[in-house]
Design a protein around this ligand. Structure first.
Ligand SMILES: *Cc1c(COP(=O)(O)O)cnc(C)c1O
Length: 407
C-alpha cells in the first residue's frame, strides 16, 4: 500500500518547507571578529581591504588575471556590456533569468534571441550563424545550471565574425571545463554572488577577464566612472561591493569546495534514482566537465510521465517540497520582449518546450541523502494516483494556464 499524496489530503512528506537552495554562511564565531574590525576601522566601503582581499582570493580560485567585484551580478554584467563597448545587436538565449536580456536593453542594445539545444539547455551554436548580421557585435551565452556552453564552437564563430563573447556564468561558479576554470573562456565572464548561488556574498557579483584595460575600466565604472581625484572618464554608476559583504565572502569562499563536494553526493544520488523514473529526463552535461552541482533540474516529459509539469509542481508543493520552474516564463515571452522579431515562439521551439517541462528540485548543504530519497520517492509514486490527482488539480492547472497565456 502506498501513502496518500499530500495534494489528495495525505500528510506532507516534509514537516518544514524544503527549498531548492539555501546559502552557505560563515559561523557566528567566524564573522564576529570581522564585524569588530569593521566597527573599529570604520572602513565600510570604497575599495577597502576586504574587497581587495576578496578579489585576490577570487583570482586564485577562478584562475583568472582580473576579477573586480560588484554589488550584484546584474550590474556586473551591465557594466561588462558597456566596458566591452558593445553596440547594435547582441545574440543571447531566452532560457535564462530576466537579468540577462535586461542588461542588454539597459545598454540600449538590440536583443536577438537564439533557440537552445534541447539536451544541454544552452544556446545552440548551430543556430548562431543565421542570426549574425552586420550590426551584431557580441554573443551573450549562459552556462545554464552550470553546464558549460559549447565554448569552442562559440569561440570559432566569434573569431570568424569579429564578435565579442561575454558569458553569463551566474550558475557556474567553481565549474571547470576541459581542466580549465570556466572563467577562462570568452572575453569576459560574469558571476553572481547572490544568496541563492554557488558562492555568495549575500548580494554581489564579479567580472572575470584577462584584459587589464577592461578590468581597470570596470573598476572605474563601478565607482561613478571616477579615474582619480582629477578625472571622471566613462559613464559610471555606483555598483560597489561593501566591506561587510566582502569579508563575509572571504569566509564563505573558504567553504565552497566542501559545499560542492557535499552537493555532489546528493546530486549523484538524485541522478542515479531519477534515471529510473519513466518520463523524467535530465540535463545532458557536457563531457570533461566538473560541475558545481548547484542545481537539480529535471524535465517532466508529459508524453511519458502521466502528469504535466505544473501538476507535479503543485503536488510537490503540497508535500512542502518547494520546487521551482526555472526558467518559466521564457524571457522572449515577457511583455517587454515578445514583440521582438526573434522572440516569435515558432523560432524558439526547443526553449518553448523546455520551459514548459523543467522543474528544479531541492539541492543544498542542509539536506541529507534521506531527503533526496524522499523527494525521488514522491516523484516515483505520484503516477500511481494519476486519475485522482488530475481531478484534484484541474482548477490549479486551469489557473496556471491562464497565467501562461497572459504573459
Ligand atoms: C542570478 C542570475 C543573474 C543575476 O545575478 P544577481 O547577482 O542576482 O544580480 C544573472 N543571470 C543569471 C542566469 C542568474 O541566474
Amino acid at each position: 500500500m502506498t501513502r496518500l499524496p499530500a495534494i489528495l489530503g495525505g500528510t506532507p512528506a516534509f514537516a518544514e518547507n524544503l527549498y531548492v537552495t539555501r546559502p552557505v554562511v560563515p559561523a557566528f564565531d567566524e564573522l564576529c571578529p570581522v564585524i569588530e574590525d569593521l566597527l573599529q576601522s570604520k572602513i565600510l566601503t570604497n575599495n577597502g581591504p576586504y574587497v581587495r582581499q576578496l578579489e585576490e582570493d577570487l583570482k586564485n580560485f577562478l584562475q583568472v588575471k582580473h576579477c573586480p567585484v560588484f554589488c550584484n551580478g546584474t550590474l556586473a554584467l551591465q557594466l561588462a556590456v558597456r566596458g566591452l563597448g558593445l553596440s547594435g545587436e547582441v545574440i543571447t538565449t531566452p532560457f535564462t533569468f530576466p537579468a540577462t536580456p535586461h542588461v542588454l536593453r539597459w545598454n540600449n542594445l538590440d536583443i536577438v534571441f537564439s533557440d537552445i539545444d534541447s539536451d544541454s539547455y544552452n544556446i545552440d551554436p548551430d543556430r548562431l550563424a543565421a542570426l549574425i548580421t552586420p550590426r551584431t557585435t557580441a554573443i551573450l551565452p549562459v552556462h545554464v545550471f552550470g553546464n558549460p556552453c559549447a565554448v569552442e564552437c562559440i569561440q570559432k564563430i566569434a573569431e570568424k565574425n569579429g564578435l565579442y563573447v561575454l558569458y553569463d556564468a551566474a550558475h557556474a561558479f567553481g565549474v571547470q571545463y576541459a581542466r580549465r576554470s570556466i572563467a577562462q573562456y570568452g572575453d569576459a565572464t560574469m558571476f553572481s554572488f547572490h544568496a541563492t548561488k554557488s558562492f555568495n556574498t549575500m548580494e554581489g557579483g564579479a567580472v572575470a577577464c584577462s584584459d587589464p584595460d577592461l578590468a581597470k575600466k570596470l573598476q572605474d565604472m563601478r565607482n561613478f566612472g571616477i579615474i582619480d581625484e582629477n578625472r571622471v572618464g566613462d559613464l559610471g554608476i555606483n555598483a560597489k561591493m561593501n566591506e561587510l559583504q566582502a569579508a563575509f565572502g572571504i569566509i564563505v569562499l573558504s567553504k565552497v569546495a566542501a559545499s560542492i563536494e557535499h552537493r555532489r553526493l546528493l546530486f549523484e544520488r538524485y541522478t542515479s534514482q531519477l534515471k529510473e523514473i519513466p518520463g523524467i529526463r535530465l540535463q545532458h552535461i557536457r563531457p570533461v566537465t566538473r560541475l558545481n552541482y548547484h542545481y537539480m533540474t529535471v524535465q517532466v516529459d508529459e508524453n511519458v510521465y502521466p502528469l504535466k509539469r505544473d501538476v507535479v509542481y503543485a503536488s510537490l508543493r503540497a508535500e512542502r517540497i518547494m520546487a521551482r520552474r526555472y526558467f518559466w516564463p521564457l524571457c522572449s515571452d515577457y511583455p517587454c520582449y515578445r514583440e521582438l522579431p526573434s522572440a516569435a515562439p515558432s523560432l524558439l521551439p526547443n526553449a518553448q518546450c523546455l520551459s514548459r517541462q523543467v522543474l528544479s528540485l531541492p539541492l543544498h548543504v542542509d539536506m541529507t541523502p534521506l531527503d533526496v530519497d524522499r523527494v525521488v520517492e514522491i516523484l516515483a509514486q505520484l503516477p500511481q494516483h494519476t486519475d485522482a490527482i488530475k481531478k484534484a488539480t484541474r482548477l490549479i492547472v486551469f489557473a496556471m494556464r491562464d497565467l501562461t497565456e497572459d504573459c
